[in-house]
Design a protein around this ligand. Structure first.
Ligand SMILES: [Zn+2]
Length: 644
């Protein structure tokens, strides 16, 4: 069903290929700005609706990429069925599917009643479970808990005195900081954190009161799933202001009184409430398949073809907003031209170059486009745990994410610390030394620049060898894109990007803003590096990179452990993809593959619990940390370091 819509397009593509390829071969050995524009303007078009993983738009993009791979003659990496004449089946063979929660819906079992109020409250109109709520039935008294925040370092605990233990906790949204987004409580604002605080305090459920007067306008009332870390471990719902008022009136109080009291100006108004509540939550998760697209160019050397070089990029984006979006409101198509139609087009262009060159590569080159990147590297993570060729034979992974907005020839290359040879290889490719320039008729490029031919007589694909890039090299192999998944498995990686910009993660990241000429130049550089990798007698040597991220860029935490969490769904602990060298985690004896289940006295079920626990730790103090390793539970001791 999913393939039907595109099969006509594929049909057209496949039937125009063979002859056309042969005809064009000689003139096709450079990255082409025009082709990049073709790919990007389609991938970033309204038709694909922002390519959110699990949606038709993302699947259409996957089929487009697979169609291109087929057209170029790449071998499909996934052999689901035998040979088939049906195009849809042929296309399927390029798709590696991985499970994905595309959305959540209201089940039939949702129910909320409160004794001494007239009727039951209606799910959807009066209240709504949150996407990460557990499904359960709970009964008991209720307690009003202010903002529902426990922040030991700020000496603030809305659950002091075991107020909500064994009860349903009712909390306001926001923090005592009020409207100040940079206040000291800012990082406790998320409902995920509040749910953990409620669970830690022994509450049976967390009920958050809506901010908006019209319930349906409230951000939390739009049932959605954040795809990050499983369910909260207790029912979590949002309730309309009107319904909250009805419940509070049983205790001779009102919402406005409690809201005033919670700003900290008046005495704490946390209290037990009258009435018994019965709450049943029923959230239905819709699991769909999502895809990586993988095509193989077989190596030509009898022995070296067993080694693979992966050239990859993610093709998914943010759909019409929501999680990850930086747009003020959701609903608009996030086009994702730079992020990451640019990298996807790069993979397609490189696949075209390497399949059309006369001399075949010695090693096997695998072209790979990932889904689920924006939700936390889900696709690449799935791949490294289900590789189509053994990871031990993977020489290197080259990742391109956002390579379309070059300014002033500035290019950032990450991962140069992940193999001994990278710096030298990158530098020599950037200067393109040791080449002679031939400018014979028939080899001129569309821009009129001569084709550069290596001393071995093979073209080295560059549009302009006189100017090189202004490179910023970063050591770390971990970073906010798919190469991270590979580095975590000890594969040397390089990560190419042209930097961030004002349209990042906004609807305005559109195809007309791409710098196509410079993207083609970036691809020339990547092609040179892949070629050097391929031509070398020996594969590059994996090394452990220095970490750039100890400064605590994104987390804002005061302590540092040096763990690399796995961001896929989990509910039974936090799986570690990696542990940084010389970090508190490695000193504690933590290893990749360990599952953290407890830190200090805090249970850890997922990455949120983990982050929460991290927020409570103090540098230099020793904490017990429990991990599962190969079915065994170990208790280690960890001493966090202060962030620099
Ligand atoms: Zn992104």
């Amino acid at each position: 069903m999913k393939t039907k819509r595109v099969s006509l397009l594929l049909l057209a593509l496949l039937f125009t290929t063979a002859a056309a390829i042969a005809q064009q071969q000689s003139a096709q050995l450079e990255p082409s700005a025009a082709r990049l524009q073709q790919h990007i303007s389609y991938l970033a078009s309204d038709a694909l609706n922002g390519r959110r993983t699990g949606t038709q738009g993302a699947n259409d993009a996957a089929h487009y990429i697979a169609g291109e791979f087929a057209r170029l003659g790449l071998r499909p990496a996934i052999q689901k069925a035998g040979p088939s004449r049906r195009l849809s089946v042929a296309i399927q063979q390029y798709l590696q599917s991985f499970p994905y929660v595309a959305g959540v819906g209201l089940g039939k079992g949702n129910e909320l009643t409160v004794t001494n109020t007239a009727d039951s409250f209606h799910s959807g109109d009066d209240w709504m479970p949150l996407g990460f709520s557990s499904n359960a039935r709970v009964e008991g008294g209720a307690a009003f808990v202010g903002f529902g925040i426990t922040a030991s370092e700020l000496k603030h605990d809305d659950y002091a005195g075991g107020l909500a233990n064994g009860r349903l906790a009712i909390a306001l949204q926001g923090t005592p900081d009020g409207e100040n987004p940079h206040g000291q409580f800012a990082r406790f604002e998320g409902v995920r954190w509040k749910a953990i605080a409620a669970r830690n305090a022994g509450a049976k459920a967390l009920i958050v009161i809506a901010r908006e007067a019209t319930f349906k306008d409230d951000r939390l009332a739009k049932l959605s799933y954040d795809n990050s870390a499983g369910d909260a471990g207790l029912p979590v719902i949002v309730i309309s202001r009107q319904s909250a008022d009805q419940i509070l009136k049983l205790s001779a109080s009102s919402l406005s009184t409690l809201e005033e009291g919670s700003t900290g100006k008046k005495p704490n108004t946390n209290r037990l409430l009258a009435g018994q509540m019965t709450l049943t939550t029923d959230v239905v998760r819709e699991e769909v398949e999502a895809y990586n697209v993988i095509g193989v160019l077989e190596g030509s050397d009898r022995l070296l073809k067993n080694e693979t070089i992966i050239v990859g990029a993610h093709y998914d984006h943010l759909g019409t907003g929501g999680e990850g979006s930086l747009a003020p409101r959701s609903g608009e198509i996030h086009h994702g031209a730079d992020d990451n139609a640019s990298g996807t087009a790069g993979v397609l262009e490189l696949a075209r170059l390497f399949t059309s060159q006369r001399i075949k590569p010695k090693r096997t080159i695998v072209f790979m486009c990932f889904g689920g990147e924006e939700e936390g590297l889900l696709g690449s993570n799935y791949y490294v745990n289900h590789p189509t060729t053994p990871l031990a034979n993977t020489v290197a992974m080259i990742n391109m994410d956002m390579i379309g907005r070059m300014k002033d020839r500035k290019l950032i290359i990450g991962g140069v610390g992940t193999a001994k040879e990278w710096r030298e290889l990158v530098a020599s490719s950037n200067t393109a030394q040791g080449v002679k320039i031939t400018a014979t008729a028939g080899t001129a490029t569309p821009s009129g620049m001569p084709v550069v031919v290596g001393s071995n007589g093979r073209p080295i694909m560059t549009v302009d060898s006189s100017k090189t890039f202004d490179l910023t090299l970063q050591e770390d192999g971990y970073g906010p894109s798919d190469h991270s998944s590979f580095y975590a498995k000890q594969v040397p990686v390089l990560f190419f990007w042209t930097g961030t910009h004002n349209d990042y993660h906004k609807p305005s990241d559109t195809f007309d803003k791409i710098n196509y000429t410079d993207e083609a130049r970036v691809l020339s550089l990547v092609a040179r590096i892949v070629r050097d990798l391929d031509n070398a007698d020996k594969r590059v040597t994996y090394t452990v990179a220095k970490s750039d991220s100890q400064q605590g860029r994104s987390t804002g935490f005061r302590v540092y452990l040096g763990t690399i969490p796995n961001y896929s769904d989990s509910n039974d602990g936090l799986l570690l993809d990696g542990v940084r060298d010389d970090s508190p985690a490695s000193k504690a004896g933590l290893k990749p593959g360990d599952k953290i289940v407890k830190i200090g006295n805090r249970d850890v079920k997922n990455v949120y619990d983990y982050t929460y626990a991290l927020g409570e730790m103090k540098a230099g103090e020793e904490y017990p940390i429990e991990v599962m390793r190969g079915g065994e539970k170990l208790t280690l001791k960890i001493k966090p370091e202060a962030r620099k």
